[in-house]
Write a protein that binds this ligand. Structure first.
Ligand SMILES: Nc1ncnc2c1ncn2[C@@H]1O[C@H](COP(=O)(O)OP(=O)(O)OP(=O)(O)O)[C@@H](O)[C@H]1O
Length: 263
């Protein structure tokens, strides 16, 4: 039995360029995520964040190392869902049909699936547009449909790669709250890649800074914020510790130059 919901042990990965040159992205990287934990990964462009997600989700096979996914409380295997920055909704399918697409790729969609999809769309204020097409929805609404589609497959770990970067500030805060609530209601674990330090601090329990080549974790920060009541995307930003974490993560990012560090 795994201690954590997801464990990455001694992960190594390299790309081979067309000229035969090897680019070592990771060498013996160790990383874990606990149940209902939100871990943010920040790092400069090219640090290897998307590559790490592609390895965790199985889109890429690592050169060496092990990625282990813990079981659900009832013993069934856990599963990973990956949500990208772009909503990738199919324009010719209704919102409901888009929402159940992830299930449809695995098995035939049942009436129970559609009922569950409608309930989840309602949870995100999208019930009235279930039969509409994506073009009639705002960017925030489309991203919520994408989130519904991601969650309908009942994942235990959700990978979010810059999911809210294209959205306006208010919508972004609302979606950040949706994700924070998920960890409370469904005990889902979240790994979030973001370039936005504010978002990383506001949402996560832990931030890891990825830097150097091969990339390693150059800093790890547990985020503890003093807020009244349940922490959310807005109250978190008002916590007195917020600027302190901001400065620390910013300095760690500046120090972890991909081109020069850790070579
Ligand atoms: N298929 C590939 N073949 C060769 N090199 C690749 C491939 N995919 C990624 N790389 C290289 O690996 C490094 C890490 O890329 P990756 O996309 O994981 O970085 P990132 O941290 O997600 O960057 P960004 O923040 O800009 O999205 C980069 O130098 C990139 O050019």
């Amino acid at each position: 039995m795994l201690e954590n919901l997801l464990e990455v042990n001694n992960l190594s990965h390299a790309f081979i360029k067309a000229n035969g040159e090897e680019i070592r992205i990771f060498r013996n990287l160790n990383f874990h995520v606990g149940q209902a934990e939100i871990v943010a990964i920040v790092g400069r462009s090219g640090a290897g964040k998307s590559t790490l997600f592609n390895l965790i989700s199985g889109l890429l096979t690592p050169s060496a190392g092990k990625i282990s996914l813990g079981a659900r409380p009832d013993g069934r295997p856990g599963s990973i869902a990956y949500m990208l920055q772009k909503d990738l909704l199919l324009p010719w399918r209704t919102i409901l049909e888009n929402a159940v697409l992830g299930i449809e790729l695995q098995r035939p969609v049942t009436d129970a699936d559609r009922t569950r999809a409608l309930a989840m769309l309602a949870r995100y204020g999208l019930e009235s547009v279930a039969n509409a097409y994506p073009h009639s929805l705002s960017g925030g609404m489309k991203q919520r449909v994408a989130l519904t589609r991601t969650l309908l497959s009942d994942p235990t770990v959700v990978l979010l790669d810059e999911p809210f970067s294209a959205l306006d500030y208010e919508t972004r805060l609302m979606l950040e709250n949706d994700v924070i609530s998920l960890t409370r209601t469904d005990r889902t674990s979240i790994i979030l890649v973001t370039h936005d330090i504010d978002e990383a601090i506001a949402m996560s329990n832990r931030i890891v800074v990825l830097g150097g080549r091969p990339a390693k974790i150059t800093r790890e920060e547990h985020i503890v914020l003093s807020v009244e009541g349940d922490r959310d995307a807005v109250t978190a930003r008002g916590a007195r510790e917020f600027p302190v974490y901001h400065k620390e993560i910013w300095n760690a990012l500046r120090a972890s130059d991909v081109a020069h560090a850790g070579v």
